[in-house]
Design a protein around this ligand. Structure first.
Ligand code: ATP
Ligand code: LTN
Length: 327
């Protein structure tokens, strides 16, 4: 199967990204043709410092390689290296009703978060994402639950284009994990864990043991003291139980039993120890890869070449279908 999924370069990879998306990518790359763009142009919809931004792109590559993305088994590249992404996004913009974009939850959330910078890019973010996907004739897109709405729009646009101009795009389906598809913030368990929030709200895959312990310790919990799952009434503990279950492989029911009669403190201590143990290999691998900058740059260059070959074929077809002169 042809698979594609993107990730923004800014902010360190957190356990939500891992459980919701990247863990699937690592499995999928074994038996599928996978494309993983680092979506730098999407990240520009939030304010970025140019120097830091450049560093973050290489850093994100290092992080993905550290957790098991293998450039021999997939195409890892930077979105802006393949100019067809923005070209197709423009064409898709001309097919997208503004009202559809204004309805997007992510647009509404981000407009709230950055009130003084509600730029047009935030609004058209989903059409660029649709272009990322459709350019590669992608069959399936592994993402966390927060991206479902964007995927629906992508399918709608693909169908609309196909109907108007003739069969051009494959209609992609989404792959959302059954568990762990929405990990919540540690400081506000009603909001999703996010890279761009303050660092206390998320656990990076590369956090040091003392930080993991401190963050879990400070995580917001609910009234009462029982370790039981109830996402409506006990969102804090339920989120921590999901994280525990996903990293340990034990079911929630098994965990409820294991921690019966024990308080939040004992549960949190055990969860922190589990995370420290599970995340340690990532940290070690990253330390090693950080010394290999040339390898990282070469990897991205090769990735962009492979991506370009496919993207340019689709774009030629699109140009001809729409009635643009061929280049
Ligand atoms: P931000 O919230 O700052 O926009 P992000 O943390 O959502 O960033 P992205 O790079 O936008 O990170 O997302 C990469 C992948 O991680 C996407 O597939 C997304 O669905 C998934 N993902 C992000 N946050 C979570 C979460 N809290 N739980 C599960 N999956 C998540
Ligand atoms: N919008 C996504 C990131 C993203 C993406 C994609 C995911 C950009 N292009 C293509 C899947 C496929 C996000 O905010 N997490």
């Amino acid at each position: 199967m042809r698979i594609l999924s993107g990730i923004q370069p800014t902010g360190s990879l957190h356990i939500g990204n891992y459980l919701g998306a990247v863990r699937q990518w690592i499995e999928l790359q074994e038996k599928n043709e996978c494309f993983f763009p680092i979506v730098d142009l999407h990240a520009l919809t939030a304010p970025q410092d140019p120097k830091e931004f450049k560093k973050s792109i290489l850093e994100k590559t290092t992080e993905l390689l550290s957790v098991g993305i293998d450039p021999e088994k997939c195409v890892l590249f930077v979105q802006s290296d393949v100019s067809e992404h923005t070209e197709l996004a423009w064409i898709l913009n001309t097919l997208t009703p503004i009202a559809e974009l204004e309805r997007m939850t992510q647009f509404k959330d981000k407009s709230q978060k950055q009130k003084s910078n509600v730029n047009a890019g935030l609004l058209t973010y989903p059409t660029l994402m649709a272009a990322d996907i459709l350019l590669y004739q992608t069959q399936a897109v592994p993402v966390g639950e927060d991206q479902t709405q964007h995927l629906e729009l992508t399918r709608k646009l693909a169908r609309k284009f196909n109907l108007k101009y003739g069969e051009t795009f494959v209609i992609p389906k989404e792959i959302v994990p059954k568990e762990g598809a929405r990990i919540m913030s540690l400081t506000n368990p009603k909001a999703k864990m996010s890279k761009t929030d303050d660092t206390a709200s998320s656990i990076s895959l590369f956090d040091e043991p003392k930080d993991i312990k401190a963050k879990i310790n400070a995580a917001v919990t609910d009234t009462g003291s029982a370790i039981t799952y109830n996402s409506a009434r006990k969102p804090g503990i339920s989120n921590l139980l999901t994280i525990y279950s996903e990293f340990s492989g034990e079911t929630i029911a098994q965990l409820e039993k294991k921690f019966k009669g024990k308080g939040y403190a004992a549960f949190k201590k055990s969860l922190a120890e589990l995370l420290v143990k599970k995340l340690a290999p990532f940290y070690e691998k990253k330390k090693d890869l950080e010394k290999r900058e040339v390898y990282i740059e070469e990897t991205l260059k090769k990735g962009a070449q492979k991506a370009e070959a496919i993207a340019s074929t689709t774009m030629q077809d699109v140009r001809s279908k729409v009635g643009l002169l061929s280049r």
